[in-house]
Design a protein. Structure first.
Length: 380
């Protein structure tokens, strides 16, 4: 199998790398983090102006028709720069749901501005009790004259504090935890009855709790068929898991580079601590975990846009399991090798470590995906 990138892919990778390198110094990142929405709208607009937000979408909607590998190239660079913008949740996850479930009118209205960076979306699927289970939905949508009325609560909506529209899953029929009866709605966060409570996550990114109190949406706000969207939610979450694995690889590469540089610089007993064999071994262990995670992220990217099968689900569960464990290992070891400075908020490594710990739990932790992989095994 030829793993070499095409000329167009190399140009895409270089564009993303140069943009992050020129824009996302540590001081600039801190300014973005402390801003009103917790990230840089100007940087998000630059991603749109350079066509990076349009990469996953079809040419009919102003996109480039890119697949999992193209998303991997962008997400790796965003992870390396520890970028705060909700590209993953807005472009990959929410954009994928619109592209898969939306009508032609909805796709025309949403995908073009999403691709040029003028629109931000968010996805609200998790609830306080759901614990990674997309079918555990207690938010309800009742049919009313001209549309639907939503009532419920969504948790940890990443990017929801600043999104122009939020994709909300709600139950329109069947009982709690049934796989049938789940629908998806476009909700304007400024509508009557919508309330958001914004907060910073462990890695400094912003999210919100979303409260829906008798929120009316018209019938054109529904994405897909009523009660039939769970397969699409799982499929697009799989694409998002592949992209997140790539982001984690970029962050791990940066953490390993910072740690190696520190071992070469920090002096003890008259010599760099990197000369001590035990620390060399621990650095090698970090690189081994990174290499395994890189291989699994590439495999996940290759299958992420394939038809929904048990084999695709197995690969994505295995990738998330390997990358989650590698993320925790690299975060822990990099802090140990740095000592106290590795925990300081003023040093970039601590932010990488916190982000890697967040990645290890988002969209399901390693235990969740190990169980999912085991459930998908087919005995011959």
């Amino acid at each position: 199998m030829d793993f070499r990138l095409s000329e167009e892919q190399l140009m895409l990778q270089d564009t993303a790398a140069r943009l992050v390198r020129d824009t996302y110094g540590f001081e600039q990142r801190e300014q973005f983090r402390q801003s009103e929405h917790g990230f840089s709208h100007a940087f998000m607009q630059q991603l749109g102006d350079l066509g990076l937000c349009a990469v996953p979408f079809a040419e009919a909607y102003g996109g480039f028709g890119g697949g999992g590998v193209e998303s991997l190239l962008i997400m790796t660079e965003l992870g390396r720069g520890l970028c705060l913008e909700p590209y993953l949740h807005s472009v990959i996850f929410a954009g994928g749901l619109v592209a898969q479930l939306g009508t032609e009118a909805q796709k025309d209205r949403l995908l073009t501005p999403l691709g040029n960076g003028s629109l931000q979306l968010a996805v609200a699927l998790d609830e306080p009790q759901s614990h990674y289970q997309l079918h555990d939905v207690q938010t309800v949508a009742e049919p009313v004259n001209g549309g639907w009325r939503l009532k419920g609560r969504k948790s940890v909506v990443v990017g929801g504090q600043s999104a122009g529209l939020i994709l909300v899953s709600a139950r329109t029929s069947h009982g709690v935890r049934d796989e049938q009866g789940i629908s998806l709605f476009l909700v304007d966060p400024h509508d009557s009855g919508v309330r958001r409570r914004s907060f910073a996550t462990i890695d400094g990114r912003m999210a919100c709790e979303l409260y829906l109190e008798d929120v009316f949406v018209d019938r054109h706000a529904m994405l897909g068929q009523a009660g039939q969207v769970l397969p699409a939610l799982r499929y697009q979450q799989g694409r998002s898991i592949a992209a997140q694995c790539a982001e984690a690889v970029g962050s791990m590469e940066a953490a390993c580079a910072l740690t190696l540089d520190y071992l070469k610089t920090r002096q003890q007993f008259g010599q760099p601590i990197g000369k001590f064999q035990v620390l060399q071994h621990r650095m090698v262990d970090m690189r081994i975990e990174l290499d395994q995670a890189t291989s699994m992220a590439l495999l996940a990217a290759c299958v992420s846009d394939q038809p929904d099968t048990d084999e695709r689900s197995r690969v994505l569960a295995a990738a998330k399991y390997i990358v989650s464990r590698a993320s925790r290992f690299v975060a822990d070891q990099s802090i140990q090798l740095h000592g106290g400075i590795g925990l300081t908020w003023e040093y970039m490594l601590s932010h990488h470590a916190k982000h890697l710990l967040m990645v290890a739990r988002q969209f399901g932790d390693d235990d969740h995906h190990l169980q999912a992989y085991a459930n998908l095994l087919q005995v011959a």
